[in-house]
Design a protein around this ligand. Structure first.
Ligand SMILES: NC(=O)c1ccc[n+]([C@@H]2O[C@H](COP(=O)([O-])OP(=O)(O)OC[C@H]3O[C@@H](n4cnc5c(N)ncnc54)[C@H](O)[C@@H]3O)[C@@H](O)[C@H]2O)c1
Length: 338
């Protein structure tokens, strides 16, 4: 559901592996429906909610814009479908809370994955292994990760079906893009984020309603700190790996380099060496889709489950509130008890 750039990337990944069959497509834009129905060889085409009543559909990939995740998500749950819902989970704190509540009441066998795709980037997966499985950094006490893209082309992406441009009117950089960084830092540290404050400004992308440069400082449950910047109007983009820094009591990660040592107690300062994994594949759609399908087939949890997706999105939305209200915001944390 949702045949924009992202939905089509999902559909093509499904076609590539043959582990699933695309039985139906849904988009309110009839032109896209006809075009992609032909490309993907799919004849069951829907432009409204009757899509969810189709008994042939077992699982739904929700790729509507950030402001349009809630309703399809609720309908998919109601009709007992497995769900892959794109990041950020929603565009308001209230929507996130409603979605979590409905999952608690739904069939617990449904596999719900939230599309925090960077976790499938092999370089980030290696950093997770080093930080969490090997505990090579010791206790992590400070982290940085930025989302820095030139998204100025989005001013031309007015939805023909509604005349609305959600990227310009509704998106906060800290929620739309910053949520990727926030999710990575939650994952690498294994700690929840409990508070946020920050600053934002508006220079480079005047067509956006919200500030195009947003910077937040996050406090984690163990007292560690992280900084996330999300910039939408830069003239060139920066790979997420390039701005990643993790500082632990016995090791540091700087992009794709790692240094281990107990300096200054050790005699020599630790030297950086490459972690040895290509950092350039930032959007591994195939691995993300294969993980969701395998979770369904093998009846196991997906890599990014509902609570992970909700906690990362809640942190990014609370950061947006902190920026709007120029205050510190405490962040509610959902427990794993679904
Ligand atoms: N994982 C990633 O790296 C990544 C990258 C880009 C976008 N995204 C996310 O993917 C989602 C989609 O992004 P996009 O850029 O493809 O958006 P888009 O606006 O280009 O496409 C959304 C599509 O959904 C359709 N749609 C919206 N509401 C609908 C409804 N109620 N019924 C039927 N059709 C509906 C629209 O007609 C449109 O074709 C967003 O949540 C975005 O944040 C994720």
């Amino acid at each position: 559901m949702g045949l924009g750039r992202n939905g089509i990337a999902h559909a093509r990944a499904h076609k590539k592996y043959g582990k699933s069959e695309i039985v139906a497509l849904c988009d309110r834009d009839e032109k896209k429906l006809a075009r992609y129905g032909k490309e993907l060889g799919v004849s069951r085409l829907y432009s409204d909610e009757s899509f969810f009543e189709d008994p042939h559909i077992e699982a739904v990939s929700i790729n509507t814009g950030d402001i349009d995740h809630l309703k399809p998500f609720m309908l998919a749950l109601k009709h007992g479908k497995h769900i892959l819902v794109e990041k950020p989970l929603a565009n308001t704190v209230e929507e996130v809370a409603m979605m979590v509540e409905s999952v608690r009441e739904a069939d617990s066998n449904l596999k719900i994955q939230v599309g925090f795709i960077l976790r499938w980037n092999p370089a980030f997966a290696e950093i997770f292994r080093l930080a969490r499985t090997e505990k090579a950094l010791g206790d992590i006490y400070y982290m940085e990760s930025d989302y820095i893209h030139n998204l100025i082309y989005q001013k031309h992406q007015t939805d023909p079906a509604t005349g609305h441009n959600w990227y310009l009117e509704d998106e906060y950089p800290m929620n739309g893009g910053g949520c990727h960084s926030i999710d990575l830092l939650r994952w690498f540290s294994g700690k929840e984020i409990v508070g946020v404050r920050g600053f934002s400004t508006h220079f480079a992308f005047p067509e956006m309603r919200h500030d195009d440069c947003q910077v937040a400082l996050f406090r984690f449950e163990d007292g560690s700190i992280a900084k996330v910047a999300s910039l939408y109007g830069v003239t060139c983009e920066r790979l997420p790996m390039r701005s990643l820094r993790l500082y632990g009591t016995i090791g540091t990660i700087d992009g794709d380099q790692i240094a281990i040592g107990r300096y200054p107690q050790d005699e020599e300062e630790a030297k950086f060496r490459p972690i040895g994994v290509d950092p350039t594949r930032s959007h591994p759609f195939d691995l993300e889709i294969l993980d969701w399908l395998d979770a369904i087939l093998a009846n196991r949890p997906p890599l990014v489950d509902m609570i992970d997706g909700a906690n990362s999105t809640m942190a990014s939305l609370c950061a947006c509130r902190a920026l709007d209200e120029n205050t510190t915001v405490e962040i509610p944390v959902f427990g794993k008890d679904i």
